[in-house]
Design a protein around this ligand. Sequence first.
Ligand code: HEM
Length: 497
Amino acid sequence: MDDNLFTKRLGEPVQTDQVSESDAEGNILLRDSVLIDKLSAFDRERIPERVVHAKGWGAHGEFVPTRDMSGYTLAGLFTKVGKKFRVLVRFSTVAGGRDSADTVRDPRGFAVKFYTDEGIHDIVCNNTPVFFIRDPMKFPDFIHSQKKNPQTNLTDPNAQWDFLSLTPESLNQVTVLFSDQGIPYGFRFMDGFGTNTFSWYNQSGDYVYIKYHFLSEQGLKNLDPDEAARIAGENPDFAGEDLRNAIARGDYPSWRVAVQIMTPQQAKTYRFDPFDTTKTWYESDFPLIEIGRLTLNRNPGNFFNEIEQAAFCPANMVPGTSASPDKMLQGRMFAYSDAQRYRLGVNFNRVAVNASASPVFNYQRDGDLAENPVNPVNYYPNSMQEVRFSKRVRTVPPGVTAPVTRDVQPIKDIDFVQPRDRFLAMDEAQRSRLMNNIAESLGGAEKRIQYRSAALFYKTEPRYGTGIAERLKLNLREVRRLSELTQKELEYATGRK
Ligand code: HEM
């Protein structure tokens, strides 16, 4: 075969790729199948962007376990010390579209795909340890309120703060987002947190609850808002370029991987609900245990193939690892692969980066672009073929005893404890920047929403609410009065008149 002999999609050589077949007057002929082949491929180049985390970058690398955790899990990923596991990581912002700027105030995604000899394991992290909500039912509304306004297609501080102040469980994450950590300099300089609570089980079926942490060996580095805005204008791809250039020059970014472990018994008595994604487990209660090291050492050869089409899902878990009663995790376990069936098609596992590195055997067949195994049998049970099932996979936790409800989770005093701790842990200058950032954003909302939000910050910690009220020139006495109301009363007092 000639090298680079120019052809159409199906391999027929072409005479030219530059000139359409035309009559003497210049009209193009419908029979110009070279033109039609080329234009029709072009017309279909875009696939839907991710419904969230649309703007992203990624790289390949390896994960090496450094501690044998076989006391807790039978997953080779966390027990085979020294073995190199291939990984793919995609970093992202959340709210912006596919071509939005990297240096915005927004959480950063940090999705990790491990290729193991027992299938794919994904840990789909953010750079913040907590989240805005704790029930997946609220996720679509949350995202609607943070993305563009449906009428104007503009970012809408009114909707953003309306939702957040009607969802006070968001205060912990809001405090992280508007702090100095809200705009990472680039992906190399941030940590990753699984945020959800997972579980591990060992050979005997004993299980524990787990939180994953990825700690940057480059250290944390953030941008101040003015610098970030300038860079967003000059180079919207700043963080992607930083990652690519670092890997290209051999300056491979790496993370220490650690877990926190909680026993089911401890989970029953912990002072915070361990399955509530708006809260962390204090490291003083559950210390970090280092289990491995992640390094990124290879840039993608083709961005669309390897990063745009990458499909991560928190439900992808190998034996020895499992879910927990964390509602958000359970919602996510459905949503990601569902989104990918729409975004990429039902056979999205055919894309090389999404394919298992270990053999796949089942009787799922057909669908868009199927590449079925050559096997005359496509049902089970059958009496034609021997199949084997894994004895390593367990259901965790083993029993469900509580009655099923749809009760609202009320806002309680304990919901204000962690945002308060976070505020108190900052020095004066950090607090001042936090309150400036919030006031700058909240200032775009209606006055009644400013009052509702300021009252919640006041309830978190009087100095927090006072600082915001002063910056927004709100009546402090009114903010204090509102802060003493219950959430229901506060919503009524600040509702649309
Ligand atoms: C119930 C809450 C949530 C729902 C329903 C949800 C849903 C989704 C969906 C549908 C996608 C797009 C998937 C795709 O098209 O490939 C996505 C992407 C993503 N989500 Fe979530 N999400 C939730 C919460 C979270 C949380 C708590 C985190 C972090 C701890 C997170 C991190 C990410 C990341 C990093 C991506 C981008 C993955 C990639 O790079 O391809 N999400 N989410």
